[in-house]
Design a protein around this ligand. Structure first.
Ligand code: SF4
Length: 258
């Protein structure tokens, strides 16, 4: 199915349901996706298997130069964004200069757009790197992916290219002490003979236990919105997502649907 890539390092601002007007920063290539996951629902399509050897990442100075130019233009047009958001064609924390880029971005934000927030959407696999962990502690919205707390389901949905254990990822997510936001994709379907349904009671209970352990400031529940690389996936309705949020909020977990 058709998926899409961001074709620039700095893109937008675009209007986002979660983030208002959002100026995007793509630290990944503009011509292909670069991620250590291969989520079956990824809007950017499938991850290339040769990504470690063939892809050159944008240099850090170029990112900051382009961001500064854009923030100056937006400020002079009185259109500073609600959010400056690290997202794009893959996992931003993979970039080797991620921590430096966050520091520079926060300085530019303070200088040109002091009312804007800095947000990072991450799959939480690089939190064992202290520089990444410390950088994410500095941003306004540290949004971390947790789609399933059941190892076998996690493996099918997120298709990690490494040997990640969801237990270790949950342990690392916990370290933010209530300053993190969790983002969970709720979906159903079938992929390569495996039935996927993280709305089943056992899945929801495992997620709830993980959320209780993490105590995030917010949990964002969502479902498929655009084309997915895997066929056979089904969007979960907003009403059902609201029901799941209510189930979580019986335990005061600050879950919302977006
Ligand atoms: S972590 Fe994000 S970018 Fe990477 S495969 Fe999953 S959805 Fe796509």
């Amino acid at each position: 199915m058709a998926t899409f890539l961001f074709d620039d390092i700095i893109f937008g601002p675009v209007q986002s349901r979660r983030l208002g007007s959002s100026l995007g920063i793509n630290l990944l290539p503009t011509t292909s996706k670069f991620c250590n996951y291969n989520c079956i629902y990824c809007e950017c399509g499938w991850t290339r298997k040769d990504m470690k050897t063939k892809i050159q990442l944008v240099d850090r100075e170029t990112v900051i130069r382009e961001l500064e130019k854009k923030l100056i233009r937006l400020k002079s047009a009185d259109k500073s964004p609600d959010n400056i958001t690290f997202a794009g064609n893959g996992e931003p924390t993979i970039h080797p200069a991620f921590a430096w880029i966050i520091d520079q971005t926060l300085s530019l934000r303070d200088k040109y757009a002091p009312d804007s927030q800095v947000s990072v959407l991450s799959n939480a696999t690089m939190l064992h790197k202290e520089a990444v962990f410390e950088a994410l502690q500095k941003v306004d919205n540290n949004v971390l992916k947790l789609d399933s707390a059941v190892q076998s389901t996690y493996e099918i949905i997120n298709q990690s290219l490494g040997k990640h254990q969801i237990r270790d990822i949950i342990t690392n997510i916990k370290r933010f002490d209530g300053q993190q936001i969790i983002q969970t994709m709720i979906l159903r379907g079938e992929y390569q003979g495996h039935v996927i349904d993280n709305t089943l009671p056992g899945e929801l209970k495992a997620l709830r236990d993980a959320y209780l352990e993490i105590q995030a400031k917010k949990i964002l529940l969502y479902s498929i919105d655009r084309d997915t690389p895997a066929t056979g996936l089904t969007k979960v309705s907003r009403e059902e997502l609201q029901g799941i949020a209510s189930f979580m909020n019986q335990q005061n977990l600050h879950a919302e649907v977006y």
